[in-house]
Structures are given as C-alpha cells and as structure tokens.
Design a binder for this molecule. Structure first.
Ligand SMILES: [Ca+2]
Ligand SMILES: [Ca+2]
Length: 164
C-alpha cells in the first residue's frame, strides 16, 4: 500500500514536470512568431461622438512614435492600414518633440465655418520634418466653430508610418 502511494506521487510529479515543460515551449513559439514587418502604428483616440462643446480644446493625448530611418510618409488615419484619412470637427493641433529636442507644431484637418478644407488634412510628414527615433507627439483636438447643436467630434485617429 505504501509502495503504491509512493509510485502515485512519483507519477504525479512526472506529469507536472512534463506539462510545465510543454507550456514553456508553447510560450516560446508564440513570442517567436510576433510579426516584425508591420509598419509603426499608434492609436491617439477612438471615435469621439458629436456633441455641443464650448470653443477650445476638447481632447488631448500624447503618444510616442518610433520613426525609422526610411519611410514613405507618416499619416493620420482611421486605422493602422494608413489609407483612410481622419475627420475632425474641427481640427488637430499637433506638437512634435524630436529625439534631438526640437519642437514643431502643425494644424491638421483644419476647415472653415462651412466645412471647406484649409491646409494639410492628414499627411503629417508633409508639414513636419521627422527625425528618426522616438518622437513624442501631442495631439489636441480643437473645436474652433461652436454654434448651437452638435459642434465637435472626431473619427478614430491613428498615426501610421508608411514604409518605403
Ligand atoms: Ca476638420
Ligand atoms: Ca466645430
């Protein structure tokens, strides 16, 4: 009876050792398969529903973008695909701090009181000289025209580096 108990304990221990080793192997495979070719993409905000807000900044977020040595453009889009432009009522004030400490400011998606476009609407790299490395990007969404009713809103905003 005692021999049987010892045998049982040994087999339980063996099963534990084998299953633990198996788990480690699975983890290794999962971390090893992480895709490395996808372009850099950071989320600034999910969509912000239309509402009546006073004129001024109604949303702020600061993100970090890793800019590679070579890229085609850096865009502000609805998702990480980098093809569908953002839409903001009214505009984004973007402040970029480069790795060297240089600060640049740009207004993106500006419009007049009738919705007509003014200036750069979504291609951030057309108005900002990006340095390779970690760039800090502060995005402030501004309600410029604030008539009665729904007067401020935003689509989702992602900042995407399009590779060469
Ligand atoms: Ca706009
Ligand atoms: Ca507005």
């Amino acid at each position: 009876m005692r021999k049987l108990a010892i045998l049982l304990m040994i087999s339980v221990a063996l099963v534990l050792i084998i299953s633990t080793t198996g788990c480690e192997r699975v983890e290794e495979i999962i971390s090893g398969s992480t895709p490395t070719l996808s372009p850099e993409c950071v989320s600034v905000t999910e969509s912000i529903a239309g509402a009546n807000r006073p004129a001024g900044v109604f949303f702020t977020n600061t993100v970090t973008l890793n800019v590679p040595d070579h890229f085609t453009s850096i865009v502000m889009t609805l998702d990480c695909e980098g093809t569908n432009p953002i839409g903001i009522d009214d505009e984004a004030r973007v402040t970029i701090t480069s790795p060297s400490g240089q600060e640049q400011v740009a207004t993106i998606n500006e419009n007049d009181a009738f919705g007509g476009s003014i200036g750069e609407q979504w291609v951030l790299s057309s108005v900002i000289d990006f340095e390779p490395g970690l760039n800090q990007i502060k995005v402030e969404l501004v309600n410029v025209y604030a008539p009665p009713g729904s007067n401020s809103a935003s689509s989702p905003i992602y900042i995407v580096v399009l590779p060469p």
